[in-house]
Design a protein around this ligand. Structure first.
Ligand SMILES: [Mg+2]
Length: 172
């Protein structure tokens, strides 16, 4: 169950203490797309996000790391001017290994930010990188995500009963 507990838990990408991440040695951020960067099923990048990612790029290598298919991920990555890995197959090792091989960061230099326990947190913890959970931007989820949410709810309840994680109690 420890693999389901994020290292950091924040409201959104905007409330994370990025300086603290820099100081702890993080150089590369893998950021989930749907419901982390933008609400799922939208391809619109707003000004706030554009400026924010621009600033973040001065501190980190930013890679959109998504299970979604290439076309949608590429469109948003191109608009933001960042790298991407589509069809990342989270929580499996496939995408994480690809990133490690391609960019040559050490495990301790990579963090993943995402809105799902099942894919982003569990996958990231298994890959040995820092995991950051944020709240989903919208309640609309893709079909497979709906199934994941059901499992996630049960996982969260179990973690709560074990005193390992409480929804809404943020920490750094
Ligand atoms: Mg997501």
């Amino acid at each position: 169950m420890e693999k389901y507990v994020p290292d950091i838990y924040q409201k959104s990408i905007y409330t994370i203490d990025y300086d603290k991440l820099v100081n702890s040695g993080i150089k590369c951020l893998l950021i989930d797309l749907d419901n982390t960067l933008v609400p799922s099923n939208t391809i619109i990048v707003n000004d706030k996000l554009r400026k924010f990612i621009n600033k973040l790029q001065k501190k980190f290598k930013i890679i959109i790391f998504s299970n979604a298919f290439n076309k949608r991920v590429k469109k948003i990555a191109d608009e933001l001017g960042v790298d991407y890995q589509a069809f990342a197959c989270k929580p499996w090792a496939y995408g994480f290994n690809k990133i490690k091989r391609k960019y040559r960061y050490k495990e301790g230099e990579i963090a993943i930010i995402g809105d799902q326990l099942q894919t982003d947190v569990y996958g990231g913890n298994k890959a040995g990188i820092v995991t950051i959970l944020v709240n989903p931007l919208s309640t609309g989820d893709a079909f497979f995500t709906k199934i994941n949410r059901y499992i996630e709810k049960r996982k969260m309840n179990k973690l709560y009963r074990k005193g390992m994680f409480t929804k809404g109690r943020y920490y750094e």
